[in-house]
Ligand binder design. Structure first.
Ligand code: 6CS
Ligand code: FE
Length: 305
């Protein structure tokens, strides 16, 4: 018997369509559209590419920003990670082994340069087309993934975390990862299981308090079982995304994805922006004792203009 839990907005319960972090792992079909906008909606994405995004759960853009812009954003990434105040800030996640910076969160608010990238029509215009509404930034981060051993991210669905811990009710959220260094097939690139976005895998195991302090270095709660991952991989396959600096990958919030370690000398740095529909604003966590901090799960729902 599945118990329908809910969370509340004011006194209005919001049904939990995607139960997770209970006693056992449970897969349910996606109950939300993938592309919320009209297929012929105006914007940078062609109708054919929108249909491909609907089918696969991702869309690769060979060159989203040009070489000059890559230099601008990469310089800004370097400035941020070399600023002692940023390193000391809780928004910075440090690599456990090397003690180098692994990620810096909320770059769209601490950096005017990255704030401009978010507002760029080539970026926010695509998000509005996919989500069919005005959008706000749920989360942004730069992932540095330096060479010589930077650790990857184990398989997971972002939505599973954003639903359980940040209280996003529906799958109306899209991420874009923009490469700021070359993504080779060897330096820990993003891997996605094509089509996996159509199944929600509720994970087993309750969310520990202050989970984010560990999960952003090495995720534990919300990790699929080997059996489930084997089924998904057998059914969907695995696609590795490579591309030059300036290329980008748009992917649905519920894709099963991950990335390997980077033991090459070549950093795999990207900027990662998560757009959420203003119609899907965060409520209370569906499966966590407390909210995560706002620099990870935004509570300012002001649309990007
Ligand atoms: O927990 C989160 O919100 C972050 N964790 C991962 C591994 N991907 C999504 C997101 O940036
Ligand atoms: Fe992720």
């Amino acid at each position: 018997m599945t118990t329908i839990t809910s969370t509340t907005v004011g006194s209005h319960p919001v049904a939990d369509l995607y139960p997770t972090r209970g006693a056992t792992e449970v897969a349910v079909p996606r109950q939300d559209p993938v592309v919320w906008g009209a297929p012929d909606a105006p914007g940078p994405i062609t109708t054919g590419d929108l249909q491909a995004f609907e089918r696969d759960g991702f869309l690769a853009v060979p060159q989203l920003i040009d070489d000059d812009e890559v230099a601008l954003y990469h310089d800004e990434l370097e400035r941020l990670i070399n600023d002692p105040a940023v390193r000391a800030d809780e928004r910075s996640i440090i690599e456990p082994q090397s003690q180098e910076i692994r990620s810096v969160f909320e770059v769209h608010r601490i950096s005017e340069v990255f704030a401009r990238l978010v507002r760029d029509e080539r970026v926010v215009g695509r998000a509005r087309q996919i989500l069919g509404s005005d959008v706000y930034v749920h989360q942004s981060r730069i992932n540095v993934k330096p060479g010589f051993g930077a650790s990857g991210f184990y398989w997971h669905s972002d939505f599973e975390t954003w639903h359980a811990e940040d209280g996003l009710p529906n799958m109306r959220t899209v991420s874009v990862s923009i490469a700021l260094t070359e993504n080779f097939d060897t330096n820990g690139g993003l891997m996605i299981m094509p089509g996996s976005h159509r199944t929600f895998l509720g994970c087993a195991g309750a969310t520990p308090k202050d989970n984010y302090k560990k999960s952003l270095q090495m995720q534990d709660a919300g990790t699929p079982s080997d059996e489930a991952l084997t089924k998904f991989a057998d059914l969907h396959g695995i696609r590795l995304f490579t591309g030059r600096a300036g290329s980008a990958t748009w992917f649905d919030c519920n894709c099963m994805h991950g990335s390997g370690d980077n033991i090459t000398p070549y950093p795999r740095s990207n900027v990662f922006i998560v757009f959420n529909s203003v119609e899907n604003a965060a409520v209370e966590p569906f499966a966590a004792p407390v909210r995560r901090p706002e620099f990870i799960g935004a509570r300012d729902f002001t649309p990007v203009r």
